[in-house]
Write a protein that binds this ligand. Structure first.
Ligand SMILES: Cc1cc2nc3c(=O)[nH]c(=O)nc-3n(C[C@H](O)[C@H](O)[C@H](O)COP(=O)(O)O)c2cc1C
Length: 192
């Protein structure tokens, strides 16, 4: 019997750091039996040309299935659709607030809410500096609701020498949090 795909939802919202989303989508593409479901918010589409040259179509080409953020009838809006988990990367302060409050007026917030209610992995790669008090409170709220707050803050202990290596460290931790096997970046003390 063939193995059903693990549907991983990747939501790209309008925070800085879209390179994290690209790296995660590419890494997920190398994990066997993963089907990538992508949502790109209007905010992300505004940020994209300031940071990367691939364009919206280039970003969407990194997923098997693309959903519109306004499409609240998409399969991933329902808990009965068997998704493996979801990452919001980068996660803007605005999207974080919606997830924290269960304010599900777009597909990103609805799909994240579904992950919380169905007890599925939900990783929010928050991006802002510095954090405001509302943002800190919202991070605690989503943590308490079952999500993982994963700051877009790379580690340096593997001595990264390129932006790609910095980003890969965050992607690798994100894949770990989704419970997916990978060899995306070296692990601490795991090379012998
Ligand atoms: C160039 C640019 C960079 C931005 N960077 C951030 C950021 O790092 N974090 C953040 O919370 N919002 C950032 N914003 C603002 C969000 O894009 C904006 O609040 C948007 O409405 C978020 O909506 P969304 O979460 O639906 O994408 C940025 C906006 C622009 C134009």
């Amino acid at each position: 019997m063939t193995q059903p795909p693990r549907r991983v939802v990747v939501a790209v919202s309008g925070g800085s750091g879209l390179v994290y989303a690209v790296d995660l989508l590419q890494a997920l593409g190398r994990v066997p039996h993963v089907e990538r479901h992508l949502i790109v918010t209007a905010g992300a589409k505004q940020v994209l040309p300031t940071e990367l040259d691939l364009g919206v179509h280039g970003l969407e080409a990194l997923a098997e299935v693309v959903h519109k953020d306004a499409d609240l009838g998409a399969p991933i809006a329902s808990g009965s659709f068997r998704a493996h988990g979801m990452v919001v990367v980068p996660c803007s302060a605005g999207t974080l607030a919606k997830v924290a409050q269960g304010f599900t007026d777009n597909l990103v917030a609805r799909a994240a809410h579904v992950c919380l209610k169905e007890r599925r992995p939900l990783v929010l790669t928050v991006r802002e500096a510095p954090y405001s008090r509302p943002m800190l409170a919202n991070m605690l709220a989503v943590h308490d609701a079952g999500a993982v707050v994963m700051p877009a803050a790379p580690g340096f202990y593997h001595r990264p020498s390129t932006v790609g290596e910095l980003v890969a460290g965050v992607t690798a931790r994100t894949l770990d949090l989704l419970g997916l096997e990978h060899e995306h970046a070296p692990r601490w003390k795991d090379d012998d």
